[in-house]
Design a protein around this ligand. Structure first.
Ligand code: TMP
Length: 390
């Protein structure tokens, strides 16, 4: 039974950067629920994917050095461990993962046409489609069964999980492995990173939920592995039931830890919701205080995640503008709060006193890069795990 535990209010689409402040925006209610039977945490009402994954999709996975290096490592390790004849990525974005494969060894599926064009141009076989049974059958007919299917930050975006797993099982070879990587619910709870909830994150998975849903589809979770790239993600290794992969100790430990943290209980999520409210209160209080002291506050990284925080806390009142290195975000306005996005070379100058870390997941990379800002007394603000000045 689905139980609502968090309401983050009326929100715009996280990807809908505006070219003019005047444009009328689509908004939806961002409410989150916990299913007491399946342990799935999801949006109560998801948005139509055709509205989200268009030819204007802004996120470029290759934008950060941390992400590029992490995907390179994963690609290398997966090829070494499973020695796949043919692999596939579901949701290949700008090819940050598949670039590390030989062109005849991997195919990609990507519904955003602007992104699919990039990997096609690079020479990879790219299907510009949403992942479902139809495309699974089409690819299977053309290329046969696959030994490795990888999908980072995509499966959690697809509302129909049953069809997703059915379509995947359909094309997986008998000893094939499905590896999915998505933000970890345990990390969200631990670090109060409620900004992991936005329209594209229809689900935020726990290992116990992935274990249940894979079982339902004749699949088996056999290993797990942590990735820090998106602020704490889990990589789930899944095979067909009885495919001889033994459940690893680290998977058993994670499952045990999630039960110990009562991730199977609604009360855990209700307590989390109270901490989210407190986080909002603390952040507004801090920004109000700094504004009274006439400090200039900007935001660093026009992330999708920060759309949730900006609109839940209505931060447009306190923040002057946002800096971001992504060219197709620069010159635009943030969804909902309509803050101007400018390139760091222009906006991250001596006049800035405080920078809210919208891209908190790249804190180390950013702090290292912006040594001069810190040297001259500039300070970063974060909301995770608690609202504070760094
Ligand atoms: P993501 O968390 O969704 O990957 O988004 C990170 C955003 O932060 C992306 O728009 C690029 C931006 N960014 C910067 O502007 N400067 C940086 O140094 C890094 C690492 C990211």
């Amino acid at each position: 039974m689905k139980k609502k535990f968090l309401d983050l209010g009326l929100q715009p689409l996280a990807n809908s950067f505006l070219t003019t402040r005047k444009k009328k925006e689509f908004k939806y209610n961002l409410s989150i629920c916990f299913d007491t039977k399946t342990f799935l945490v999801s949006l109560i009402k998801s948005v139509n994917p055709k509205k989200q994954y268009t030819e204007f999709y802004a996120h470029r996975a290759s934008e950060s050095k941390t992400a590029r290096e992490a995907f390179k490592n994963v690609a290398f390790n997966l090829q070494k461990r499973f020695n796949p004849k043919l692999s596939m990525e579901i949701g290949s974005n700008d090819g940050v993962f598949i670039r590390n494969f030989k062109k005849n060894k991997i195919i990609s599926v990507e519904p955003c046409l602007n992104l699919a064009k990039i990997t096609k141009k690079l020479g990879f076989t790219t299907y510009p489609d949403f992942w479902d049974m139809k495309i699974s059958k089409k690819i299977s007919k053309k290329h046969g069964k696959l030994d490795l299917i990888y999908s980072a930050n995509t499966i959690s975006h697809i509302p129909d999980l049953d069809e997703t797993f059915l379509a995947t099982n359909n094309i997986l070879s008998e000893k094939g492995v499905l590896v999915i990587e998505d933000p970890s619910l345990l990390e969200v709870i631990k670090n109060n990173t409620y900004d992991q909830f936005y329209d594209e994150h229809v689900y935020v998975f726990s290992a116990i939920a992935i274990s249940k849903i894979t079982e339902k589809h004749n699949l088996e979770l056999f290993d797990i592995n942590y990735s820090s790239v998106h602020g704490g993600s889990m990589r789930y290794f899944i095979c067909k039931k009885g495919a001889f992969y033994k459940k690893t100790l680290r998977l058993k430990k994670q499952i045990k830890e999630e039960y110990r943290k009562k991730m199977d209980k609604l009360s855990t999520y209700l307590k989390f919701a109270s901490r989210v409210k407190k986080s909002k209160y603390d952040l507004i209080k801090l920004l109000k205080k700094l504004k009274k002291q006439k400090k200039k506050i900007i935001s660093y990284g026009a992330t999708y995640k920060s759309t949730t925080i900006f609109n839940y806390c209505k931060l447009g009142r306190y923040i002057d503008y946002v800096v971001d290195t992504t060219k197709n975000k620069q010159g635009k306005f943030t969804p909902g709060q309509h803050l101007k996005i400018i390139k760091p070379e222009l906006g991250f100058n001596d006049s800035v006193d405080y920078a809210y870390l919208g891209a908190w997941n790249f804190k180390d990379e950013i702090v290292k890069k912006e040594k001069n800002f810190i040297k001259r007394g500039g300070k970063f603000i974060t909301h995770t795990p608690k609202v504070k000045i760094i």
